[in-house]
Design a protein around this ligand. Structure first.
Ligand SMILES: [Zn+2]
Length: 500
């Protein structure tokens, strides 16, 4: 056959309906945003899905039709204008490409925009209409994707990341690309089916390495792939801060030609996830108790996980709740915390390095997520247009911007103030601003998972029960649209496993 033409694109964003912040194009541009021919140049050597897919396609005799590729991180709904611009550009490029033999799209699964609860479903339906019924569409999603019936209806191949922390984005893109190539060559006839359990789970115990509750679920998925039952079996723990109908932990299986087999494997997987649901609940501490326990320990860094302010899950990264607790209960101890606060950065730039001012730090965005902290600060460093390169994870190799930034000292406590929020993988932003996070007595992290790997060996890691859009206390959220009953808000009911 003649050289296959494959369209390729990425439109990734993890929505959080508990955040009041509207996400804009600048939030995508500060991570990665490329169109058409820019895509290979910008992403080929990164850990992204596109990087992985390009590697496979370049090793095959394939003509690539690059669409658009971007990741907006996580946050409140994307503005309607921004979403439509991305959607329309992606679809227009696909339309003007005329005939393609296959499509690969790296999506998240939980992309929501103003007035749109299922952006991926909408985009896949439109892409299907453009390419026609027979052209294979392969999709990869984040392990926290919200997988909907529209997605498996329009994509013959739907797979997810296997790892959390998400260190396998490159490999995921490569796997999707390989399945797509095999389909184009007529070697397989993939069909995807999904099953959903009526539950949402906090993220802290979803670690895929080690022997946590994910172990058995992962082993089952790999067993069904290696015993030949299915081409791919994926577990989607789902972004839990999505107050939408149809949200729940989902399994997707891709079978070769037999939808009934895909359905059976997806059901087997989601049933196991359901049986293990209580193992995912996480014990928490108040900030005051965690600081008291941490003080009694030798060495550091004692990790204080303010997971309710997780930028990677859609919070603003601007909470000063744990800073307040440190100032009240450990003002004599070294500590580091990252707070998004463009106003404080502007003041620091005016005052200059070595200057002092009375700052009002953090908590400007989400109502009910704590109050700003007032303190006398010393400006230790000002860094215009600060940026760093991710050392791993889903943006490994990508250069990200946090805008103008400053280090403010309150005694031995260092506050990294940034103008833009950033997904937190390890300690790259601290390093970029000259803070050695590992040498602190207390280190505040704002993610539910990646710190467990980044600071392995720390004397203690406390998950804090703090207010914010990415709380791990899911039962305390005032859900309005989520289907009920739903674990962990309810338990002891007979579950119905939705199919699609
Ligand atoms: Zn994720």
């Amino acid at each position: 056959m003649s050289k296959p033409r494959i369209a390729l694109g990425a439109l990734l964003f993890e929505g959080n309906t508990l955040s009041p912040v509207i996400t804009e194009r600048t939030d995508f541009a500060s991570k990665y945003l490329a169109s058409g021919e820019e895509i290979p140049a910008k992403l080929a050597s990164t850990n992204t899905e596109i990087g992985g897919a390009l590697e496979i396609f370049r090793g095959a005799d394939v003509e690539i039709v690059p669409l658009i590729a971007t990741h907006g991180g996580a946050g409140g709904r994307v503005s309607g204008k921004c979403y439509r611009a991305f959607r329309d550009e992606l679809l227009e490029r696909l339309r003007s490409a005329s005939k393609v033999d296959g499509v690969y799209l790296a999506l998240h699964g939980a992309f929501i925009a103003e007035g749109i609860d299922d952006a991926e479903g909408e985009i896949l339906a439109a892409a299907r209409e453009i390419v026609g019924g027979d052209v294979p569409i392969a999709v990869s999603c984040d392990l926290h994707g919200h997988i909907t019936p529209a997605m498996t209806r329009h994509a013959q191949i739907l797979i997810g990341y296997r790892e959390y922390p998400h260190d396998d984005t490159h490999e995921t893109g490569a796997r999707a690309a390989t399945l797509l190539l095999r389909t184009i060559r007529g070697q397989i006839r993939p069909v995807s089916r999904f099953r959903r359990a009526p539950m949402i789970l906090p993220a802290q115990r979803q670690r895929t390495k080690g022997d946590g509750p994910m172990r058995e679920i992962i082993d089952l998925a790999r067993a069904r792939e290696t015993d030949g039952s299915v081409l791919a079996a994926s577990y989607f723990c789902v972004q839990p801060w999505l107050d939408l109908p149809g949200v729940g932990v989902t399994a997707v299986a891709v079978a070769d030609g037999d939808a009934a087999v895909a359905d059976r494997v997806a059901e087997e997987m989601v049933q196991l996830h359901w049986r293990k649901r209580r193992e995912f609940l996480v014990p928490t501490e108040t900030p005051v108790d965690a600081i008291r326990k941490g003080r009694a320990l030798t060495g550091g860094p004692v990790i204080l996980a303010d997971a309710a302010d997780c930028v990677g899950g859609g919070a603003s990264g601007d909470s000063a709740v744990v800073l307040r607790a440190l100032l009240e209960h450990a003002p004599d101890q070294s500590a580091a915390i990252h707070i998004v606060d463009p106003h404080a950065v502007t003041r620091a730039r005016e005052v200059g390095t070595g200057g002092r001012f009375r700052a009002r730090l953090g908590n400007r965005v989400a109502a009910g997520a704590g109050a700003p902290v007032e303190a006398e600060v010393v400006v230790e460093r000002v860094e215009p247009k600060a940026s760093f390169r991710y050392s791993g994870g889903l943006m490994g190799g990508v250069e990200a911007s946090i805008g103008d930034a400053a280090v403010l000292a309150i005694g031995p406590i260092k506050v990294l103030c940034a103008s833009l929020s950033s997904y937190e993988y390890a300690d790259e932003p601290f390093q970029a601003l000259g803070i050695d996070a590992r040498r602190m007595k207390f280190l505040v992290v704002k993610n539910p998972m990646n710190y467990q790997q980044a600071y392995a060996g720390a004397p203690a890691m406390f998950v804090l029960d703090t207010p914010g859009p990415t709380t791990c206390n899911l039962a305390a959220v005032a859900w309005r649209r989520l289907d009920r009953p739903c674990f962990p808000m309810e338990d002891g009911f007979e579950p119905v496993f939705a199919a699609g």
